[in-house]
Design a protein. Structure first.
Length: 180
C-alpha cells in the first residue's frame, strides 16, 4: 500500500472563502485505481482487494512558504507518507510559493514528471508553460506539485500515474533492476 497525503495550498480555501475542489478530485482519482494484485496459481494476477493508494492525510493550508515547508517535512519525516500530492500555488502570482517551499524540502528533483505534465498540458492550453511545479524526493517519499484547478489536476495525474507506483517502489527499495 502507498500512503498518500493531499495538501491543498490556497489562501481562500484555507479561510473558507472558497470550496476546495482540487483535493476531492485528487482523492477520487486515487481511490478509483484498481486494487493490488498478487500472482495466481494459473499465472497472471489475482486482485487482493487492497487499494494501491490510501489517502491518510488531507489538509488545506494558506499560501505561506513556512507552513508549506513545515507540513511537507512533518508528513515525510514523522508520518512516513510515501506520496504527497500538493495542489495550488504553482503559478507566477505574488502568493504562489509552493515550488519554492518544495525545493527547500526535497533532496532530489525528478524533472521528468514535470516535463511530461507540461508537455501534455500544452496540448490543451498555452498557459501550461506558466506552471512552475516541482517534483522531488525527500527520504523515501515523492512530493508532486499539481495545479490548483480540478481540471488541471485530473489532466496532470492522468499523465504521471503510470510512473508513480514504480517511482515509489524504487525509492523504498522494493524493486529490482529497472532495465529488464
Amino acid at each position: 500500500m502507498i500512503k498518500v497525503g493531499i495538501l491543498v495550498i490556497s489562501d481562500k480555501a484555507s479561510r473558507g472563502e472558497r470550496k476546495d475542489e482540487s483535493g476531492p478530485a485528487i482523492r477520487k482519482i486515487i481511490s478509483k485505481l484498481p486494487p493490488k494484485s498478487r500472482p495466481s496459481a494459473r499465472g497472471g494476477q489475482t486482485p487482493t482487494g487492497q487499494a494501491i493508494y490510501q489517502v491518510i492525510k488531507y489538509e488545506i493550508i494558506p499560501d505561506e512558504k513556512e507552513i508549506i515547508c513545515r507540513r511537507l517535512k512533518e508528513w515525510v519525516d514523522k508520518d512516513s507518507i510515501d506520496l504527497i500530492l500538493t495542489s495550488g500555488g504553482t503559478g507566477i502570482g505574488p502568493r504562489d510559493v509552493t515550488p519554492e517551499a518544495t525545493k527547500e524540502v526535497i533532496e532530489k528533483e525528478v524533472p521528468g514528471f514535470v516535463e511530461a505534465m507540461r508537455i501534455k498540458g500544452l496540448e490543451k492550453t498555452p498557459f501550461s508553460m506558466l506552471s512552475r511545479a516541482i517534483v522531488g524526493t525527500r527520504k523515501k517519499s515523492l512530493i508532486v506539485n499539481l495545479p490548483g484547478s480540478p481540471k488541471a489536476v485530473r489532466e496532470n495525474l492522468e499523465v504521471i500515474l503510470p510512473a508513480l507506483k514504480h517511482g515509489i517502489e524504487i525509492l523504498k527499495g522494493e524493486t529490482g533492476e529497472c532495465g529488464r
